[in-house]
Design a protein around this ligand. Structure first.
Ligand code: FAD
Length: 388
């Protein structure tokens, strides 16, 4: 087993790291303060570096790269701010991968090149007010009508809501219970009957647009059906790729907070000595560094084993669980090491701490990841609906 990156991966990592420090770091605080989406000029720089659609096939304008390469890039950008990595995330590990894996040739030709060029973002509408962890309780319906499907329902907490130009909407197409009737339909912004709720106000992840999606007799053309009813397993298989991306965002935040805390501990002097010379501070930094590395190994393993295909469920859930927990722990400890500077909005740690709290909820909570892992370990499914 070789844990070293290839020369090419190392070079990619170094290039993106330098870019993040040069181009993102000076903007991250303002984006957060002003709840601002990165502008087109910034997006163009990422596209210029070949960082959009990294994992999409070359014939559609993508990079044809393996998931690990995208993970390396997302980590380096998220180290400064997850918002810097949002476009790379969406275009390489987001719902576009459902179209890449399971969409028809026509759907791929229509959507993938636009995503690679940054002309279309595709968001995911799964959760509903009454169906978060219990996703298969979703009630949004898509009824077959002449030439298409009539969509009715509400989606909650959609990242990209109001901003993205297309939405992969999980909906129910027949009366079959649970996952059996669920399908995936692509809905374009501007389709009559499709509206957005007000922008959500979150603790962190400011600058990420987010809103509810409302569908009222919204007729979607037939050719926008990406996943047939009964294909719920395909949707969830693909969602593991996005979960790897989620874990990477958390890893990046943790790695960034560790860097800030380490350099502060070198410089900050109390009682005439730098605080890095104190055993208690060394202990905190050593634990933080070990957790970050362990999270990195889990995330890289899940990504490396996915290659250009799908990611394994157990490996991905372990990576997400551990990286999400690590980001919470490391940003918390970093705040302690920085004292008042850590608590001040003039410095990055409080932003990192706030951002670290979003990823464990998005993409399935930590309790749900534990449930997936336990099911894999015991080799059986634990039906959440059975009376205890
Ligand atoms: C920043 C952010 C971005 C998001 N982006 C999107 C998006 O783009 N698209 C989208 O569709 N959704 C999105 N979501 C929604 C997210 O997927 C859900 O919030 C998540 O799945 C949890 O659902 P819930 O909030 O309804 O919590 P609930 O399901 O109500 O859970 C509440 C609590 O109960 C626990 N719990 C629930 N069931 C069980 C169980 N069986 N066993 C043990 N514990 C359990 C949960 O772990 C949690 O602690 C986003 C959320 C956030 C915060």
């Amino acid at each position: 087993m070789d844990f070293r990156l290839t020369d090419e991966q190392q070079q990619l990592q170094d290039t993106v790291r330098a870019f993040a420090d040069r181009e993102c770091a000076p903007l991250a605080a303002a984006w957060d303060r002003e709840n601002r989406v990165p502008d087109h000029e910034f997006e163009e720089k990422l596209i210029g570096l070949g960082l959009y659609g990294m994992t999409l096939p070359e014939r559609w304008g993508g990079g044809g790269r393996e998931l690990l390469d995208a993970v390396l890039v997302i980590e380096q950008l998220a180290r400064v701010s997850p918002l810097c990595a949002a476009g790379v995330f969406e275009s390489s590990v987001g719902p576009v991968r459902v179209i890449e894996r399971f969409g028809s040739e026509e759907q791929q030709a229509r959507w993938l090149p636009k995503v690679c060029r940054g002309e279309t973002e595709i968001s995911i509408g799964m959760s509903e007010p009454e169906a978060g962890s219990a996703l298969t309780d979703l009630r949004t319906t898509a009824e077959k009508v002449s030439g298409g499907y009539r969509l009715n329902g509400v989606k909650a907490w959609c990242t990209g809501g109001g901003h993205s130009r297309a939405y992969l909407v999980y909906c129910r197409m027949n009366d079959r219970p649970g996952p059996k009737g669920i399908a995936g339909l692509l809905v374009e912004k501007g389709t009559p009957g499709f509206t957005f709720g007000p922008q959500e106000r979150y603790l962190g992840l400011r600058g990420f647009p987010s809103s509810a999606l409302y569908f009222a007799d919204c007729v979607v053309p037939e050719e926008n059906l990406v996943i047939q009813p009964g294909g719920f397993a395909s949707l969830m298989d693909c969602f593991n790729i996005e979960r790897c991306g989620n874990a990477t965002m958390a890893l990046g935040i943790a790695a960034g907070a560790l860097e800030v805390a380490t350099s502060y501990a070198r410089e900050r002097r109390t009682f005439g000595r730098p605080i890095c010379e104190r055993g208690v501070v060394q202990e905190m930094i050593a634990d933080m560094a070990t957790r970050v590395d362990a999270a990195r190994l889990l995330v890289y393993r899940a990504a490396a084993n996915a290659g250009t295909g799908l990611a394994g469920m157990k490996e991905t859930s372990m990576a997400k669980l551990f990286a999400n927990e690590t980001a919470k722990h490391v940003t918390d400890k970093a705040m302690e090491i920085l004292g008042a500077v850590g608590y001040s909005a003039e410095y990055p740690i409080e932003r990192m701490l706030r951002d670290s709290r979003g990823w464990p909820i998005a993409g399935g909570t930590l309790q749900i990841q534990r449930l997936i892992i336990a099911s894999a370990v015991f080799g059986r499914r634990f039906d959440q609906r059975l009376p205890s």
